[in-house]
Design a protein around this ligand. Structure first.
Ligand code: 8YV
Length: 337
């Protein structure tokens, strides 16, 4: 049966989430995962009232120019640097993201990368799989750096940063953090975390995890000058966004042993990965999967669907998407609540 509003889902999604959407709207879903060109996005979005899109779909003023129909965009991510929010707001298009549901899973993954990079898990596994163990192993082979008892640094102390900090207690690690604004004392106490200047953080942290949002100010927040301040025994973990680290500078620092190791889930220009990083055994690399547990990806998809339905005026939160990014767009958005 044809419904009065249509939506586009830019990538394959869990069937039960699509079914929850199909109760209210006509759903057009892509059957394969691929990066859409601006022209494709423009065409697809011209034909629908709302869309669920992912990080590789860049929605800017050009993509929505002249679009009189589109009323809502639901991003399948907490970060939304792929959205030109001012342009969407100006056009009266509601935009939503998927905060909170991924905090704990993403924090787990930051620790997975920290431990794997510090203890050389990936390169040791490659060595074992290549049959090298049969040739013997020295007592002083495969030495990593310790994690427990060291000072953990966190750059970017939002909800994911805080979830990472809470886990540090079990490893007996004091936590230093830097954030534009200091957290309320109660949260600092709960996270057992101390605010320091960025320079102090870089110098004092034994290991550093990056959880900053990407924006123009944070571009290359960690470049050659910052890497030079870090300890040569430090592990750097980036689960935030490509572009926050200068990947070329990091590759040089890792090759020269000026930083011990890195655990990287995000890259400048991903899915391309700087070839210099790919050659390094002291870098653990993964394809942007920090939120990818079955429960969390389902929860993110369902939250995006609930956001979109609410923005289009359906379901229990009709007119009030749970994670609306641009309430100012409402004035030009004609949802009847
Ligand atoms: C991605 C993320 O959404 O939520 C974010 O901001 O970076 C991730 O959770 C996910 O990897 C799909 O691209």
């Amino acid at each position: 049966m044809s419904k009065s509003q249509s939506i586009w889902v830019s990538r394959p999604l869990f069937p039960e989430v699509l079914a929850s959407l199909a109760q209210y709207v006509d759903v057009h879903v892509e059957t394969s995962e691929h990066k859409h060109t601006p022209e494709e996005l423009r065409e697809k979005l011209a034909e629908v009232d709302g869309a669920i899109i992912g990080l590789s779909d860049r929605i800017d003023d050009k993509v929505i120019a002249g679009n009189r129909r589109l009323r809502a965009i639901a991003n399948l991510a907490v970060g939304y640097n792929n959205l030109d929010l001012p342009a969407l707001t100006k056009a009266g298009i509601l935009a939503t993201n998927t905060p909170d549901v991924l905090n704990e899973t993403t924090a787990d993954y930051a620790w997975a990368l920290l431990l794997a990079a510090a203890r050389r898990v990936s390169s040791a596994e490659r060595w074992l799989r290549a049959g090298e163990w049969r040739g013997g192993m020295r007592f002083d082979d495969w030495l990593g750096v310790d994690v427990h008892g060291k000072t953990l640094g966190i750059l970017g102390m939002g909800r994911i940063g805080q979830a990472i900090a809470r886990r540090a207690y079990g490893f007996g690690m004091p936590v230093l953090y830097h954030n534009r604004s200091r957290l309320p004392e109660a949260i600092e106490r709960e996270c057992r975390a101390e605010w320091v200047e960025k320079t102090a953080l870089l110098k004092r942290a034994d290991h550093l995890i990056l959880v900053l949002p990407y924006n123009a100010q944070n571009h290359h927040a960690i470049g050659a000058p910052e890497l030079a301040l870090m300890k040569p025994t430090a592990v750097l973990v980036n689960i935030a966004r490509g572009g926050i680290v200068d990947d070329a500078a990091l590759a040089v620092a890792l090759r020269e042993g000026r930083v011990a190791a890195a655990g990287l889930d995000v890259f400048e220009g991903e899915p391309a990965v700087n070839p210099a990083l790919r050659e390094l055994n002291n870098a653990v690399l993964s394809p942007h999967i920090a939120s990818a547990s079955a429960d969390t990806r389902r929860a993110m998809a369902q939250l995006a669907a609930d956001n979109l339905l609410a923005a289009l005026g359906y379901g229990p939160s009709a007119g009030h998407p749970p994670s609306l990014l641009n309430p100012e767009a409402r004035a030009r958005h004609d949802v009847e609540t």
